[in-house]
Write a protein that binds this ligand. Sequence first.
Ligand code: FMN
Length: 310
Amino acid sequence: MLSIGSISLSSPLVLAPLAGYSDLPFRLLCRQFGAGLCVSEMISSHGLVYGQPKTISMLASCDDERPVSFQLFGADPAIMGEAAAILASYDPDFIDINMGCPVRKVTKRGAGAALMTDIGLAEQITKAVVDRSSCPVTVKIRSGPDSRSICAVDFTTMAQTNGVSAVCVHGRTWKQGFSGQADWSIIKDIKNSAAIPILGNGDVQTCEQALARIRESGCDGVLIGRAAIGNPWVFSERGRPEGIAEVTAVVNQHLELIANHIKEPNRCLGSIKNHLGKYFKGFPGSSKVRKEIFEKQDFISLRSYLQAMA
Ligand SMILES: Cc1cc2nc3c(=O)[nH]c(=O)nc-3n(C[C@H](O)[C@H](O)[C@H](O)COP(=O)(O)O)c2cc1C
């Protein structure tokens, strides 16, 4: 079984950090369906240090979801260290450092995947976060900045040397964004060179595929991202139910978790609709259901519509 630091996970399958999706309600659902660990949406180190309410609201958690990992992003070692110290008061099980996000608003400030071009700065950030954390720290990287400068093995060695407890590797370069295919041979190379657990990531669609990736690459666990959106069953061997009634029941459970854990759901209605719409993908009549979902003006009417479908 996969252990990171002193924490053993119930499954090697992990919900990847997904901005706009991996909030507390969805993490609870993924844990229920078998994820061994869930990673939060990326949390701004600046937002945390400057006490921005939106950032603070992203730290919502509860015992039922443990173990949980909060992911930090930023490019300033001092601010990242400070943010890790603030996070400690929220008692996370892990802190993950984002060195893989290719989104422009993150990379233009030197954070996320841009760190893959500067191992010196990445090391300073890693040291600062490890020094100020009271829990195991993990790092999420890509294979490198582009195909001519694959450096994930060097980054893993750097992370390991500085006290990181596990490395998650998305087998694409920064330049690739989400295009092409993830290269799992790089994940195998990293696993062969590392002493700490390695979690592979990229293009895994089912639980069965994830277990096959573990066997083939030798990695210790797998992060599942896009295939989990609207599909928390991806973490279970049984997979998504065939009938729409079972799916709708879980959509309603998701809505209940939102009602219980999100203070003002109307403020994030767009992302809630986005997520719920994904559950119905592929079912006959799904475009009508999605249209209805997107027409709802507030959380209460959205919930009434989906409750009536059950
Ligand atoms: C909508 C969306 C949001 C994401 N947000 C984050 C994030 O906050 N932090 C991060 O490190 N990666 C983020 N990623 C990348 C995923 O964690 C993952 O590495 C990537 O999607 C590849 O895995 P997959 O093929 O299983 O989706 C995001 C990806 C998507 C599609």
